[in-house]
Design a binder for this molecule. Sequence first.
Ligand SMILES: [Zn+2]
Ligand SMILES: [Zn+2]
Length: 136
Amino acid sequence: MKIKTKDIPKEGLEIKETVTADELGFAIEDLKVLTPLKVVGEIEKTRSSVSAQVEVAGKYEFLCARCLEPVTKQRKDEFDIHVEIEPTDDVVDLGEEIRQELVVSLSPIVLCKEDCKGICPSCGANLNKEKCKCKK
Ligand SMILES: [Zn+2]
Ligand SMILES: [Zn+2]
């Protein structure tokens, strides 16, 4: 999602875009993005930086942090993005920033359900579905 810096007026630029995971440079291991992401926001520019407030809506598939089962979630996340620029930079790539924000803020926190019982560390049983085979 590259934005030409000269297209950002003093009063700010409103954006409303639909971008695919590919366009944002998502790698499979980051996060599985199931639908194109809707990015709405406002971009502002100073001499040395570009900042944006964006809201990113999308549908993702995560692996539950406890039991590693896939979980599908629809989410809307807000990010403040800040990119340093040189006066000679014509283009700023907000896609990379958005990707990083998403990966950092979404990946570690997902559970398939609040009380997911997870996986037994010894026998590997998914304790939501089966009984642990270990001796207690
Ligand atoms: Zn789980
Ligand atoms: Zn076990």
